[in-house]
Each structure stands twice: as structure tokens, then as C-alpha cells.
Design a protein. Sequence first.
Length: 231
Amino acid sequence: MRRQELAAGLAAVRERIAAACDEAGRAPDEITLVVVTKFFPASDVRLLADLGVTDVGENRHQEAEAKAEECADLGLRWHFIGGLQSNKAAAVAAYSSVVESVDRAKLVGPLARGAAVREQPLDVLLQVSLDPPGREGRAGVDPDALPALAERVAQEQDLRLRGLMAVAPLGEDPATAFARLAEVRAAFVAEHPAATWLSAGMSGDLEHAVRLGATHVRIGSAVLGSRPAGK
């Protein structure tokens, strides 16, 4: 029964991605679906992998580390997408394929130390804030500070700057927010031509993100359903 639920959720999300791509004149294979499995068990991750999911997102280090170890045989790409503490960064780098939430220079050194034990460089996205100046909101670096942070990442041979990540501000039309993000991204890619990844869009706003250039969408509830009771 659970496999059928996950299969139905995946099919619906993939249809939404395909429709958004068709509207934007893009190919669906330009979009990487990252299924966010926080609060859900490793058994769900195994079912998702069997259903063709290759990329899994997690928000919390302890939960992510345990699932990555339990599912190590599946060959998944693990994306760490939550707020990152500098004292946990090295440990996160050891099992993650991508860290999407780099928003300050203090994280870079520990991430590089953790990535040094890997066979391949750690892919890094810089999380950029889309909140208006002076308003407390989502995590992320101010767009004006992106050049300095990108330069700091580029100094580390075990880190690979891939692009940007962002979350639409609460209470704002995501189309407007992602339009701002597209402008920020255009300027960023002009300076870093290889950093073309853009992680944006979640269950409620993936269409807006795809239309405005997202290459990765982070989907939780639309695939997995409501979080388990008590979480």
C-alpha cells in the first residue's frame, strides 16, 4: 500500500513538472526532482529508490546521517538542504553529495575538511535570501554578498560551486520572488559560468520555479504525504 501511495505522488509531481516545462518551452529532463524525506523512515527512501528516485533531500544532520548509512547500498545522491551549523558541517560533507544551504563563509572551511575524505568534490549551492532588506525571514545570504562567498568556496579544491538555492519568502507571490531570483542568478552565472544549478520550488510553488529557470525542485509532502503523527 505504501509503495502505491508513493508511486501515485511521484506520478502526480512528475506530471506537474512536465506541464510546467511544456509551458516554459523546456524539457522535463532539465529538472532534477529532489524528494525531501525528513521525518519519514528509511523504508520510504528504499521504496522511492525502487520507483526511480535518485536524489533525496534532508534537513537535519542526525536524521540524514542515519538514513544515508542505512541506505548506502542504493547509490543515492543525498542533498543537505537545512540550516547548517559550522560544528556539524564536516560531518555533513562526509555523506552528502550536495550541500544546498551554504549561506556564510564560516561554513566553508569545515565543509572542505569533511569533503577531503570523499572520492569526488562536494557539490555546493549558495543559499540566497529573497527577503526584502531589513525583514527577518528565510535563511540565506544577501545577494550583494554572493560574490565574496562564491570566491571563498572557489578557494577550496574539495568543494565545487554548482549554483544557487532559494526559498520563496512567506506571504509573497512566489512568481514575484522567483523573478527576482532569476535576475540574481543571471548576474551570478555571468561571473561563474559553470555554476548553472538553481534549486528552487517546493510542493506548493514548483511551477513558478520551473518557469523561471529552476534546475532542481525540492518536493516533500506532494510525494510523501503529510508528515507522520507526532512530527
